[in-house]
Design a protein. Sequence first.
Length: 203
Amino acid sequence: MQVREVMVKSPVCCLPETSLREVARLMADHDCGEIPVIEGREKRLIGVVTDRDITIRTLAQGRNPLDLAARDCMTTPVVSVTPETSLDDCCRTMEAHRIRRVPVVDEGGGCCGIVSQADIALKAPSRTAEVVGEVSQHTRTPAQSASAMVTDPVCGMRVDPKRAAARADFEGATYYFCSDACRERFESSPDDYVARVTAVRRE
């Protein structure tokens, strides 16, 4: 089963300049906790704003959300999948990043859908739904310290090595990935990516 079979198509989105008040209203009107941030006619995905982002990056810092826009608290870069991503890979990506929702992008980087933990649990086979249950369990645990996280050399996402979807060894170093797709791109041309990150050296 692929992501296209369970994703919510054409999700409600906002622009970088959309006020946080409007973003919050969109969340309330559409009963969702995450709004993709897009730009241009291609609806290129550049970030996401979650209810947690608004709380942690504005209110918790003493900033007035009524004076701010989506660009001021959005999460970027964005973890995403494609419509062709398998549900197993999607679940591993969500687990690796400890997220409950993930935007879906087309070949041009445009936001064409979104997948939530609930979508997968309701529509996917029980085998995949069990993987989603692990995502929920991990999101309730304390966040991994920044020093323990590593960078996926292909997409630049931060990954917990203990929950990475894939790994690869190259010239005495171990690299961790948020998805099998990133690992495959790395293995096809590792020299193009090794300079981007500091790999975790094998002991």
